[in-house]
Each structure stands twice: as structure tokens, then as C-alpha cells.
Write a protein that binds this ligand. Structure first.
Ligand SMILES: [Zn+2]
Ligand SMILES: [Zn+2]
Length: 693
């Protein structure tokens, strides 16, 4: 029963409380002592993720709540989610709230940990470099960075990292509390200006008064929204990884700062594992392996970010394309081919010009006055025009148009990275035009295709995420409420039917439709985004797509975009790094190399290759005038699945001496038996329907 009215004198120890008495339907007046009143009203209700509710005293902190549950939880908690907002563990909770204690396993928990580590590194830098000025220092996917201006003539280089790490460890040992404070804009400006922190002053100027907070530990104070760990001792193992140049606010006209990347962990063992993973990642870098295996090449004369696929890389890519094309035929896709350019107006209609136009490749002009073409940034508009080529009936739906379509987008030169960030790439694109009722069935089928691919390429570890509308903000989205609900339900049900545990995230859907994303974990635990299935209500509207329904009325189809590989470039990069260049036999650009032990057997070696080719086995002869030991070593570096050594005995008996990748000697085999075995093995790997159940 809440107090209806109360009044009291400043020195009086009693309160007059007017309460509405429900059962008697009238107000009652009661006189109670202040103490009793406060005791009654100082408790708040805390609701936990499992919907259980506990009462705590007003002002309780996340840390105290954790302690009230278990000592272990108190040790593991890093931050707390209060009504959906991430807070410091030490911040008092004053009202009833829904609370979730966040640990290392929670993105937000890790985020608070790494953000606090960025502050710790900054504090260490401030101790070591007195003239240093700070830019921004956020947590990132793996660790954190801080952009710093070390001052005129001062540089921070790799050789300085150990000293910074040592200082960080000292500050950890000092167990400094990390304290949050609200501060007025005026005070914040005065404080940071006095310290000559002009980068911070610039940031404060853009903030609204009343929303500014600082965090302080030891002698270091940062302008910061938080949240942070309670104290520095939570951080156990630190490593500064690299230093790079970064323009202040990403603007090349502004000063260049030093961006120091670092990472920290709650256990030394975790840091060791991470560093070992990084080392392994360096060895697997697709740019390095791509060069060694002669898969692709970048020529500055052709242009940055425009990959040239070399014969072996093309072989690999075509095998992947053929593999997917074959699956798509089984799933009733129609293959189409569309041009690399289109009239500017096409992309104005689709909305892509508004999205990519200004910051991408500019329109091409022709001798025709006013005629402008654009390199296509997306295949979808072309496929919409294919849909529109004829009047469509519901009987034709779903219509599935697939194309290995090359698109062009201008990435900043600093953003380019091997095959993963390029300016021209080929999507394994398809657009499914269907009725709203067919969405679920189509999702199930696309998921089948994605699972076939994951299985064929040994991506055992993957996660899925369903992105839905923000239910509080429905007007943000295009398309009818009814269709959205239908599609969202369809995606959730499709995942359930496939036994796929997908994380559902509200508010993450694009404005034009909900989607399902897949993330795979590669062999060394890194996550790659792969395979998106996206519902779209926007393009059918913009292109005024229609079909005639069973009711003889015109209806708008739903469009589904999907690309299981994403792009061939990015996918090949992932595949190289996942396999360290040791592709599965069916994908290896060269499956076998024949090594004659001396010149005398070159002729037989070439006969072996000819015979293998009859079985569609991709084979070559290494007839260089080198010792066989050298040939073995060289070809092992090229990660060839089978080395076939031939000498007198083999030539006499129509045999090959088989050495499998990894130096495994399999002894001699009849040539014909070897060829048949390998051909069968490859065929089994490449036959998706045989494998799909
Ligand atoms: Zn901060
Ligand atoms: Zn599309």
C-alpha cells in the first residue's frame, strides 16, 4: 500500500501518513515514527533472469547482490546489467530493477574488462610519458586500444611495450579502485583543459551537460561513460600487441596519433593461449599462403583491392562454384547472368545509389548526353528486373534466381585487406521471390544448403542469430505488421524445426526485413560471419513487383536475399586460414604430383599423369632436374595431398609409390587402383545429396 500523502515537521520524529484503505474504500490517517516508515520503504525488488525476485536494501550494488548469492559469483562478476543497461558493479541501485550479473562469457562483461584495461594502459602511459595526451580508448572485439599523442618528438615503439606492461602490472598490484563521478560540462571542460587534454576537450564540447561522467583510478582520470571493473586487480595478464598510426577521428587532415592495441585476461593461461592462436593465425594468413600456393595476386597496375585469380586459385574457386551450382540445381534454382554495370537510375530506384553512390565508384559517362552508368554495387536490382520481365503468377513462385555476380564497392585504401576487404568481389548470390506463406519453407531450404556446405568443409562449429524488429519502435520498419509477424515467426519456427539454437536479437533487423545470420568458428577459434538469409519488403515495393494470386488479384511477392559463402573472395580467404592451405582432397587445385626419381623415368611419370587425368584427378609431373628429396620438400610446402614417387620398380609394374600429405608413406599401389580409389573418394565428397542426410 503506497503512502497517499505524508507530511512532517523538520524536527519531528513522526510522520502523518494518509493511506487509501482498499477493503474499506476510504482513507485512513496514521501516525508512525520516521524509523518505521523508512524501514518499510527502503527495500527494493531485484528481478533475476530466471524471473525470481529478491528484496534488497535500496542502494545495493551489483557486487553486493552477487555476494548475497555466492562467493564464486562475486568473484566472476565483472559488470551488471540493470534494466538492460550495463553498470559498474559498485554503482548503487536505487529502484526496483531487473538485474543480470555479467561475467567473462558475456560480451558486455568482457567489454567492461577490456575497456578498464584500456584505462589501465592509459594510466601506465601517463606515468611513463608525462607529456602524453589521450584520444579515445575503447574495447574492441579482441582486446582494446588507446589512441595517444605521446608529444613532440616522442614515439612509442614495440621495444617500449615491456616497460608499459611492467607498469600496468604494478598498478594492478596496487589494487586501485576505479571510481565513477558525474561532472558538469563546465567542470569537465575546466578539468581537462587544465591538463592540456585538448582531444578530450573537443569530445566534451560535443556532449550534453548532465550526461558527463569521469572514471578515476590512482592519478588517472578519464572522460568516460563506463562501465568499469571495481578495481585494477581484476586484470591478471596483460600484453601490448601492436602500435599503429591512426588519424584523430579518422580524418587525415587531423593529427596522426599512435594507436596502441592490447589485450588482457583474467588468467595467465588464457593470455598464453591467445598469443599462441595469434602466432598460428600469422602462419595461416591467407595473403601469405595465397602467395606460396600461387592462388591470387594483386597488381598495383590493375588497381588496389582488385584481385587477379591465378590458375590454381581459379581452379579452387571454380570447384566451389560448381559445388554450389550443383546443390542449387537440386534445390530448383535458376542460374542467371547479368551485366557488371547498369544505368544510374536503376540504382536510384533500388536505393543503392543513395547508400553507395557518393562514397563509391562514380558514374561513367557515355558519348550520349546525360547517360550515366554505375558499376553494380549489388545484384538484387538486376534480378528484380528479371522478375519483372514477365507478368508472374503465384504458380511460378517461389522463383529462385541465382548468379555468381561480381559487384564493385569502393573501400578506403586503408581498409583493404587481402581477399577479405576488396573493391571488386563475386557474391554467390540468389534471390528468392515467394509469397508471404512460403517464407518458412524457403528458409528451411536455404538452411539445408548452408548445412551441406558447412558439413562439406568441416565447419563444425557455428552459431546463428535471428535479427528481429524492435517491438517498441515498429514505425521504423517498412512492410505490413502482418507480414513482419508472419516472417519473424517463420524464421523462429524454421530454426526450431532444424534443431538450430539461434540467438534472437530484438531491434537488429534491417529496416526492410528480419534475417538469419550464421557465424562459423575456424580451426583456431576465430569467428567469421558467413551465410545471411535476409527477408526484404523494400525492393519488391521499390520495383513494384507483382504476381497474380489464386484470387486473381495482384499481390506483392516477398524477396529473400541469400549468399551462403558471402563472397567467393572472402570465403576462399576463410578456407585458406581454416585449413592452413591444406584443402580437402576434392578442393585441392592440384591433387597429386608425380616425382620421377631420375630423368630416366620422366616418360613414365607423364604417362601416370595422363592416366590420372582420365579419372579427372588433377595431377602434374615435377620433372625438374633436382634430387627427389628436394622435390618432396618443395611439393610438401605446396600442400599437395598426394606425392607419387616413380622409379624403376614402379615403371616396370605400372605402380606408384604413394606419399600422403603430412609425410605418411603409404607404400606402392597399382596405378589403376590408386586412381580408382582417389576418384571414388572425391566423388563421395562432391556428391552433396549422398551426404546431406
Ligand atoms: Zn573509458
Ligand atoms: Zn540481394
Amino acid at each position: 500500500m503506497p503512502p497517499g500523502l505524508l507530511f512532517h515537521g523538520p524536527k519531528c520524529n513522526f510522520l502523518v501518513v494518509l493511506l487509501f484503505h482498499h477493503s474499506q474504500n476510504h482513507y485512513i490517517c496514521s501516525l508512525i515514527t520516521k524509523k518505521i516508515y523508512e524501514a518499510q520503504h527502503s527495500m527494493i525488488k531485484i528481478t533475476f533472469p530466471d524471473a525470481s525476485v529478491r528484496e534488497y536494501e535500496k542502494g545495493v550494488t551489483g557486487l553486493e547482490i552477487a555476494q548475497s548469492i555466492s562467493q564464486r559469483l562475486a568473484q566472476e562478476a565483472l559488470a551488471v546489467s540493470v534494466n538492460g543497461e550495463t553498470w559498474d558493479l559498485t554503482r548503487p541501485i536505487e529502484e526496483d530493477a531487473t538485474v543480470n550479473l555479467l561475467k567473462w562469457e558475456d560480451e558486455e562483461g568482457k567489454h567492461a574488462y577490456w575497456h578498464s584495461s584500456a584505462h589501465l594502459m592509459a594510466e601506465a602511459l601517463q606515468e611513463l610519458y608525462p607529456g602524453i595526451r589521450f584520444g579515445i580508448g575503447p574495447a574492441i572485439e579482441n582486446g582494446f586500444y588507446y589512441d595517444v599523442d605521446p608529444g613532440e618528438g616522442v614515439a612509442i615503439k614495440e621495444g617500449d611495450f615491456p616497460a608499459i606492461e611492467k607498469k600496468m602490472m604494478e598498478l594492478i598490484a596496487a589494487r586501485e579502485d576505479i571510481k565513477r563521478e558525474s561532472i558538469s560540462k563546465k567542470d569537465a571542460l575546466r578539468m581537462f583543459a587544465a591538463r592540456g587534454e585538448h582531444y578530450k576537450v573537443e569530445l566534451i564540447n560535443e556532449l550534453e551537460d548532465g550526461t558527463i561522467t569521469t572514471y578515476t583510478q590512482g592519478r588517472f582520470t578519464d572522460l568516460c561513460r563506463g562501465p568499469h571493473l571495481p578495481n585494477t586487480s581484476y586484470i591478471k595478464a596483460v600484453k601490448i600487441l601492436t602500435a599503429a598510426g591512426a588519424y584523430w577521428r579518422g580524418d587525415e587532415k587531423r593529427p596522426q596519433l599512435t594507436r596502441l592495441y592490447g589485450i588482457t585476461f583474467p588468467k595467465k593461461k588464457m593470455l598464453d593461449e591467445y598469443l599462441a592462436m595469434l602466432e598460428e593465425a600469422r602462419k595461416r594468413d591467407h595473403r601469405k599462403i595465397g602467395k606460396e600456393l600461387q592462388l591470387f595476386h594483386f597488381s598495383q597496375t590493375v588497381g588496389a583491392g582488385l584481385p587477379l585469380w591465378l590458375p590454381k586459385g581459379t581452379q579452387l574457386r571454380l570447384l566451389l562454384e560448381d559445388f554450389l551450382k550443383k546443390i542449387q540445381r537440386e534445390f530448383d534454382y535458376d542460374q542467371v547472368i547479368t551485366p557488371h554495370i547498369g544505368l544510374k537510375q536503376l540504382y536510384v530506384t533500388s536505393g543503392h545509389y543513395a547508400k553507395y553512390g557518393k562514397d563509391s565508384f562514380q558514374p561513367m559517362h557515355t558519348p550520349e548526353e546525360g547517360e550515366e552508368f554505375l558499376l553494380k554495387p549489388m545484384n538484387c536490382p538486376h534480378h528484380c528486373e528479371i522478375y519483372k520481365a514477365f507478368p508472374r503468377s503465384y504458380k511460378e513462385l517461389p522463383l529462385r534466381l541465382a548468379e555468381f555476380g561480381t559487384v564493385y564497392r569502393y573501400e578506403q585504401s586503408g581498409e583493404l585487406h587481402g581477399l577479405t576487404r576488396v573493391r571488386g568481389f563475386t557474391q554467390d548470390d540468389a534471390h528468392i521471390f515467394c509469397t508471404p506463406d512460403q517464407v518458412k519453407e524457403e528458409f528451411l531450404k536455404v538452411m539445408d544448403i548452408i548445412f551441406i556446405i558447412f558439413r562439406a568443409l568441416d565447419f563444425e562449429n557455428f552459431e546463428a542469430q535471428i535479427s528481429l524488429r524492435d517491438p517498441e519502435n515498429k514505425e521504423k520498419y517498412i512492410g505490413t505488421d502482418e507480414n513482419w509477424e508472419k516472417a519473424e515467426r517463420a524464421i523462429v519456427e524454421a530454426c526450431k524445426e532444424k534443431g538450430l539454437k539461434a540467438k534472437v536479437v530484438l531491434g537488429e533487423a534491417a529496416f526492410y526485413g528480419p534475417k538469419l545470420d550464421f557465424m562459423v568458428k575456424d580451426a583456431i577459434g576465430r569467428r567469421w560471419q558467413l551465410g545471411t538469409i535476409q527477408v526484404d519488403y523494400n525492393l519488391p515495393d521499390r520495383f513494384e513487383l507483382e504476381y497474380t494470386g489464386a484470387d486473381n488479384q495482384k499481390h506483392r511477392p516477398v524477396m529473400i536475399h541469400r549468399a551462403p559463402f558471402g563472397s567467393m573472395e572472402r570465403f576462399v580467404a576463410l578456407l585458406i586460414e581454416h585449413t592452413a592451405g591444406k584443402f580437402p582432397l576434392w578442393l585441392a587445385p592440384t591433387q597429386a604430383v608425380v616425382l620421377p626419381v631420375s630423368e630416366k623415368f620422366n616418360e613414365y611419370a607423364h604417362r601416370v599423369v595422363k592416366e590420372l587425368k582420365r579419372f579427372d584427378i588433377r595431377a602434374e609431373v615435377d620433372d625438374r632436374n633436382e634430387k627427389v628429396g628436394r622435390k618432396i620438400r618443395d611439393n610438401e610446402l605446396k600442400r599437395i595431398p598426394f606425392l607419387l614417387i616413380v622409379g624403376e620398380k614402379e615403371a616396370e609394374n605400372e605402380e606408384v609409390s604413394v606419399r600422403k600429405q603430412g609425410g605418411i608413406d603409404q607404400g606402392s599401389a597399382k596405378l589403376i587402383t590408386f586412381a580408382e580409389t582417389i576418384a571414388r573418394e572425391v566423388d563421395e565428397m562432391m556428391n552433396p545429396s549422398a551426404r546431406s542426410n
